[in-house]
Design a protein around this ligand. Structure first.
Ligand code: NDP
Ligand code: 2IT
Length: 445
């Protein structure tokens, strides 16, 4: 396999899908050697079967808003690969959602889920519906209409959705409710459910906590202590807030958070009370991060991301894809940043990744560093099948173990001759080998 030829072919066939091509290109260029060491992979044209999703559902979602107006959105589910377990991955509600974005997310999810050590295939779904500014009832009606179409394609052993951008506990609750009604079953078809109806302890916290656990493992390889380090975080949603929560517990200083309108800068570090304010602002009042700056009188950079503005030891991008470009990466490095651990999926552009690796930063791609979320989803599935509920301590200790295992796999497959750990290569090769072997064993499907 020549990565460049496969990528050129995909570019020709899917010319309007830049995010999908970007995600595929990153993986193929790093697995090329191990792929070619196994000639039987090529005989079975494994690479194309791994890059192209198993199937995609696309549908119209019609719903009525509070004024009585009929709205129409697009809904999708990309079932990418189920070689190692049922399709599994989040649902994103955001105005920017399109097939390119969902295909990149489903592709990445396949490798991420493989790294978790649990039995989950890869999928992603969503809609260009934006929950921003919608009433609770509008969100409920939208979720119900979305599931009315999707329910036949998902199930506890078929495809198990969860949250992502714009989809949290509230949306999962409404979707689960509608699924239960349509399917006439009460099963673990969604993860990220409320604790009262089958949700797992620590699932809301899992992505952020897991990212910090992964960061600790990376820092350990260089004997660096997290205490007192300044950390720039982007985003102020699920992943960002629980990342900040764990960092505060460990004595690090969180100096920035953001949303799609701008960035707050708190050089002395957020206090626990301030973080609680952000949590309530975002989850209960559904306000803007600017309101934090107004409340506490800190700096606010309208329309800007943290990277060029905020000096930090560690960056944890936790908002969205391609939010750190080459210039941002260079600014971070010049400012003395030593580690980047990605909470978001594909937040760094290829140019930014090259800069981080050239400067020998500790750099962890999302598919390794943010795998804690889907890992605890996997643990939620296990608890649902057993009809049991584990304690917070049990789930948290399993999450820690999984993040350590993922780090170990990255070290095993990603350590270069000079000792530098290429976490991108490590994660891609480790994730790929397990899926590839499973696909080989199951024949051409
Ligand atoms: P939330 O919806 O809870 O929060 C998203 C945050 O990112 C918000 O602050 C939002 O700002 C900001 N944001 C979203 N889109 C953009 C954009 N286009 N430009 C700038 N800012 C943006 O989502 P999550 O915290 O769940 O997800 C954040 C990232 O983490 C995503 O990349 C997601 O794929 C990834 N992830 C999530 C997991 C999970 O379990 N939830 C697991 C693994 C990865 P605003 O409020 O203005 O929209
Ligand atoms: O990107 C991700 O890993 C998620 N949004 C979580 C997926 C899940 O099934 O928990």
């Amino acid at each position: 396999m020549k990565a460049i030829e496969v990528i050129d072919d995909l570019k020709r066939r899917f010319p309007n899908e830049p995010e999908y091509i970007q995600a595929v290109e990153e993986v193929l260029t790093t697995i090329e050697d191990v792929y070619n060491d196994n000639p039987e992979f090529e005989r079975y044209n494994l690479i194309e079967r791994l890059c192209i999703p198993d199937r995609i559902f696309a549908f119209r979602v019609s719903w009525v808003d509070d004024k009585g107006k009929v709205n129409n959105n697009m809904g999708y589910r990309v079932q990418h690969n189920n070689a190692i377990g049922p399709y599994k991955g989040g649902i994103r509600f955001h105005s920017s959602v399109n097939l390119s974005i969902l295909k990149f997310l489903a592709f990445e999810q396949t490798f991420k889920n493989s790294l978790t050590t649990l039995a989950m295939g890869g999928a992603k779904g969503g809609s260009d519906f934006s929950p921003r500014g919608k009433s609770d009832m509008e969100v409920m009606r939208f979720c119900q209409a979305f599931i009315q179409e999707l329910w036949r394609q998902i199930g506890p052993d078929t495809d198990v959705p969860a949250g992502d951008i714009g989809v949290g506990g509230r949306e999962v609750g409404y979707m689960f409710g509608q699924y239960k009604k349509m399917a006439r079953e009460f099963t673990g078809t969604f993860t990220g459910k409320g604790l009262e109806f089958g949700g797992s302890k620590i699932r809301p916290e899992a992505t952020g906590y897991g990212n910090v656990y992964f960061l600790l493992e990376m820092l350990k390889t260089r004997g660096i202590d997290i205490k007192g380090k300044t950390v720039a975080i982007s985003g102020s949603g699920n992943v960002a807030t629980y990342t900040a929560d764990k960092l505060l517990t460990l004595g690090a200083k969180v100096v920035s958070m953001s949303d799609s309108d701008g960035t707050i800068h708190v050089p002395e570090g957020l206090t626990r009370e301030q973080l609680d304010y952000i949590f309530k602002l975002k989850n209960i009042y559904r306000g803007r991060i600017r309101e934090f700056a107004e409340e506490y009188g800190c700096a606010y950079y309208e329309g800007e991301r943290p990277w060029q503005r905020v000096k930090c030891d560690i960056a944890m991008p936790s908002a969205t894809q391609n939010e750190i470009d080459g210039d941002d990466a260079r600014a971070l490095i010049e400012g003395g940043c030593m580690a980047v651990s990605e909470g978001a999926n594909m937040p760094s552009t290829p140019d930014a990744i090259r800069e981080f690796q050239k400067a020998r930063l500790l750099y962890a791609p999302g598919k390794a560093a943010n795998a804690g979320g889907v890992s605890v989803s996997g643990l939620e599935m296990a608890q649902n099948s057993q009809k049991l509920s584990w304690t917070e301590e049990e789930v948290d200790s399993k999450l820690k173990q999984i993040m350590c295992d993922i780090h170990e796999q990255c070290v095993k497959y990603g350590t270069e001759t000079d000792g530098y750990i290429n976490y991108v290569k490590g994660a891609n090769v480790a994730g790929f080998m397990k899926v590839a072997r499973a696909m080989m064993a199951q024949g051409i499907l």
